[in-house]
Design a protein around this ligand. Structure first.
Ligand code: C2E
Ligand code: CA
Ligand code: CA
Ligand code: CA
Length: 278
């Protein structure tokens, strides 16, 4: 880093070199990950706070690379997004989650939704609604069994977000606004956005029993959702105290380690059984 001053300095920083190296490795191995069956989905339950029933599962992608080991989606999704690999990967996730929910339904586990995270490039793909429609057809899953999660930042371009949301919801599925509170969407815009559900980001939920400010933010978001007739989910619920407070604030759905960490698909029937048996 001492060799050269100015803006180019960072190129000689060994830490920066390692980051670039890592990114290139991820890109290289990710290209083969799909065809080599290295990706899998885990599922995290979401519970209705009023009747304590499981209402759905969020699918979360996992990559176990023979070369790199377990790589977090927080690390490889951005790479997939930058390189365009996300189209293939995202379609695989959608198909796999829909296929799995249909499989559960055929096994008698019915009435649950599976939530799928969309990335920004997927959301702006003109063919998204067609692809989703085709996957629902192909897997035989009713659109009621599918929820799509998008983030605030993806909806910033109104001209393009509005018709996309409209066509998606015409398919009969539901749309949730994920990580709410971390983006910049104006509250006025929220009123116009065609969404069904809002998920309060974990960063607000994790401190609600300790920070009165966070509790008041969460309270405000929940009240707003009631007024806008949106269903509201709290992410990252880790303790009974948090669940109790959320219940008092009128939150609809809870998700987090208190209920369960993300689990493999084959663990879902057992989890549901244990859960309903108390
Ligand atoms: P997200 O959509 O906000 O997903 C929730 C993340 O929080 C998951 O991390 C989950 O394991 C974690 N989590 C859930 N409950 C708790 C809790 O009580 N405490 C704590 N500390 N963490 C909790 P994960 O699986 O590592 O996923 C990270 C992010 O990667 C996701 O954040 C999402 O943005 C992205 N991602 C995961 N799967 C997909 C996918 O299939 N497609 C796309 N586009 N993005 C995905
Ligand atoms: Ca999510
Ligand atoms: Ca989230
Ligand atoms: Ca906490």
């Amino acid at each position: 880093a001492e060799l050269q001053g100015g803006d180019n300095c960072q190129f000689y920083d060994p830490r920066y070199q390692r980051l670039i190296q890592r990114r290139m490795e991820i890109e290289f191995h990710l290209r083969k990950a799909l065809e080599n069956n290295e990706l899998l989905l885990q599922y995290q339950p979401e519970m209705c706070i009023t009747d304590h029933r499981i209402v759905g599962f969020e699918s979360l992608v996992r990559w176990n690379s023979p070369k790199l080991g377990l790589v977090s989606p927080a690390e490889f999704i951005p790479v997939a997004e930058e390189t365009g690999l996300i189209y293939q990967l995202g379609e695989w996730v959608l198909r796999e989650a829909c296929r799995q929910n249909r499989k559960w339904q055929d096994a008698g586990i019915s009435g649950l939704f599976v939530a799928v995270n969309l990335s920004s490039r997927q959301f702006y793909d003109q063919k998204l609604a067609d692809k989703v429609g085709a996957i629902l057809q192909e897997t035989g899953l009713s659109p009621k069994g599918l929820e799509l999660e998008i983030t605030e930042s993806m909806t910033m371009n109104r001209q393009s977000a509005t018709p996309t949301l409209q066509t998606l919801r015409q398919l009969g599925l539901s749309v949730a606004l994920d990580d709410f509170g971390t983006g910049y969407s104006s509250l006025a815009y929220l009123k116009e956005l065609q969404i069904d559900k809002l998920k309060i980001d974990r960063s607000f939920v994790s401190e609600i029993t300790k920070s009165t400010i966070d509790a008041s933010i969460v309270n405000t978001i929940i009240t707003l959702c009631k007024d806008l007739k949106l269903c509201v989910t709290a992410e990252g619920v880790e303790s009974e105290e948090e669940l109790l407070l959320l219940s008092q604030l009128g939150c609809n759905i809870a998700q987090g380690f208190l209920l369960s960490k993300p689990i493999d698909a084959d663990q879902v029937p057992g989890f549901l059984k244990r859960f309903s048996d108390g």
